[in-house]
Design a protein around this ligand. Structure first.
Ligand code: SF4
Length: 194
């Protein structure tokens, strides 16, 4: 759908210069989705892996984030290998709804209530980032934490942008009671950058 150089706005890698590779197509359908224009892959042109790699290498960063849409709709093994052959550290943002290659450097798993993830994601995730739209999402976050088997997995609670003001008091209490979790906010939206 698009490829652009910006800062990673949220989660563990917040603030890092990164090229975002946004793949079109989504099998989840969150009601609060802020990139609904990504949902229909047919509305966007097909491009080759080599084109994507060349575009990434044209920017002054060695950090790529593959996002969507839901990027696990695609077999990414070859693309990720090509990026890594060029020393590009490659991360993914996914709801974990499909099986995917394990050659990625960083897997940010952001589960969504609108479609269950594959069980395999729980042992692969480097980062669990739960978006809080409804207050019950905080308990839901803890349910996911119990299933994560990677002891090093980073845990993030992130208020959904439109609900941030009303949910923050609950989130702050949650973080005080659950110190393994950290706060993620969408800094790119505060800064009005992509
Ligand atoms: S998974 Fe991501 S792209 Fe798909 S609907 Fe949810 S927020 Fe939007």
């Amino acid at each position: 759908m698009e490829l652009f150089h910006t800062l990673q706005g949220e989660g563990f890698h917040t603030g890092k210069s990164a090229v975002f590779i946004r793949l079109a197509g989504c099998d989840v359908g969150c009601i609060w989705c802020d990139v609904k224009e990504s949902w229909d892959a047919n509305e966007h042109p097909e491009v080759s892996e080599n084109y994507i790699v060349d575009q990434v290498l044209s920017y002054n960063t060695k950090f790529a984030v593959i996002t969507g849409g839901e990027p696990t709709l695609y077999n990414l093994t070859s693309l990720v290998n090509k990026l890594k052959q060029n020393n590009v550290y490659t991360a993914i943002e996914t709801a974990g709804t499909n099986h995917f290659s394990d050659n990625l450097d960083w897997i940010c798993f952001s589960p969504k209530k609108f479609k269950n993830p594959k069980e395999s994601i729980y042992k692969l995730a480097d980062e669990l980032k739960v978006v809080i739209y409804h207050p019950s999402d905080l308990e839901w976050a803890l349910e996911h934490q119990k299933k994560i088997s990677n002891k090093e997995c980073q845990l993030y609670i992130q208020p959904e942008w439109s609900k941030m003001d009303t949910r923050m008091p609950l989130i702050i209490n949650f973080l005080k009671e659950n110190p393994k979790w950290r706060l993620s906010v969408q800094t790119h939206k505060f800064l009005n950058i992509p």
